[in-house]
Design a protein around this ligand. Structure first.
Ligand code: SF4
Length: 328
């Protein structure tokens, strides 16, 4: 996951809960991909990049990512991924990369042109492929918008395996059950940049204040007006945070007997109740920064072991020398 600092409820519902659940059935490897963060200007200053990594890892651990079950580390702590990225770049046609929809979207968002953006942005999916196949991962939990990247990773793997013999499994996308969480503005995906989000680590009062600003049914002006919960994003969030109250809310909304302010208050209480344990655990982890750093160091060492073996195999198959690899 790209480190963007403190995670929000959209990240939690859309990705993090799935990452936690997968630990029961897979040997999971979770990296904070800080090199990817450098592909756009919002990678930010070095101090904020490190801070963003730390904040995100705190949310992971607080949400239930267990460092005994999973390998948790920071991407740049395993530089082998950058070597593999370079090698895969040699065999990935530029045309494949230029037609990836997220590349075109990103160029538009940056108000740039395909010629003016950095090479790293074009090569983003190649680095992502390296992140996946360096560990010979066969399953990748992603949101819907990342599916084209996994498709591309499969194409690169097929090309590599065809040229150099079976080396990597073709990775499969594992879609989360809640692929898209709309922001409080009801307009777009929940995002920190659009400030339409609720942070997992927010205080209960802050959570309530934020939810009270949420966009609802625009045609409902008074409490007595029958509402349309099916167009209301507050109602959509109720389904996740107060599932036992959704039938009642639906009825009261459509009959015009439940006011929106009241309805948002119930949602805020539900969000605060659901996140109470996570927030307690996060506060505790914040008091022990050395413990978190040890987890990342241990994770990087475990990841490096796999990475070195894969890279050695790749270099051997490609006819390159592996004698300069660290530790050889
Ligand atoms: Fe949405 Fe609730 Fe208002 Fe109905 S009562 S429009 S579900 S906020």
């Amino acid at each position: 996951m790209r480190p963007s600092g403190k995670l929000h409820i959209g990240n939690w519902l859309g990705a993090l809960t799935n990452m936690v659940e997968l630990q029961a059935s897979y040997d999971c490897i979770y990296a904070a991909v800080d090199v990817h963060a450098l592909t756009t200007d919002d990678g930010g200053a070095p101090e904020s990049l490190r801070e963003n990594v730390n904040e995100m890892v705190l949310d992971w651990l607080a949400a239930g990512i267990d460092p005994k079950e999973s390998t948790v580390f920071v991407q740049s702590a395993v530089p082998e991924v950058m070597v593999l990225h370079t090698l895969l770049s040699m065999m990935t046609p530029l045309g494949w990369l230029l037609r990836v929809p997220t590349f075109k979207d990103k160029v538009r968002q940056m108000d740039a042109t395909e010629e003016s953006v950095g090479y790293g942005l074009v090569g983003y999916p190649v680095l992502m492929t390296s992140d996946i196949i360096l560990y010979k991962a066969d399953t990748v939990p992603v949101g819907e918008d990342q599916v084209p990247h996994i498709e591309l990773a499969r194409e690169i793997v097929r090309r590599f395996n065809f040229r150099y013999g079976d080396t990597f499994p073709e990775p499969q996308a594992k879609l989360t059950e809640v692929p898209l969480v709309v922001g409080l503005d009801g307009q777009a995906k929940m995002s920190k940049t659009l400030d339409n989000h609720v942070e997992l680590a927010a205080a209960p009062e802050e959570t309530k204040k934020k939810i009270l600003t949420a966009f609802t049914d625009p045609e409902r002006l008074r409490k007595s007006d029958p509402g349309r919960p099916w167009v209301c994003n507050v109602y959509a969030l109720h389904k996740y945070f107060t599932p036992d109250q959704t039938d009642e809310i639906y009825e009261q909304c459509t009959q015009g007997t439940r006011g929106c302010v009241d309805c948002k208050g119930i949602l805020a209480d539900g969000v605060n109740a659901r996140l109470a344990d996570l927030r307690d655990k996060r506060r505790d982890l914040e008091k022990h920064p050395d413990y978190v750093q040890d987890i990342l160091l241990d994770g990087a060492n475990r990841a490096k072991e796999i990475a070195r073996a894969t890279l050695e195999e790749v270099q051997e198959k490609m006819g390159l020398s592996s004698a300069t690899l660290e530790g050889k």
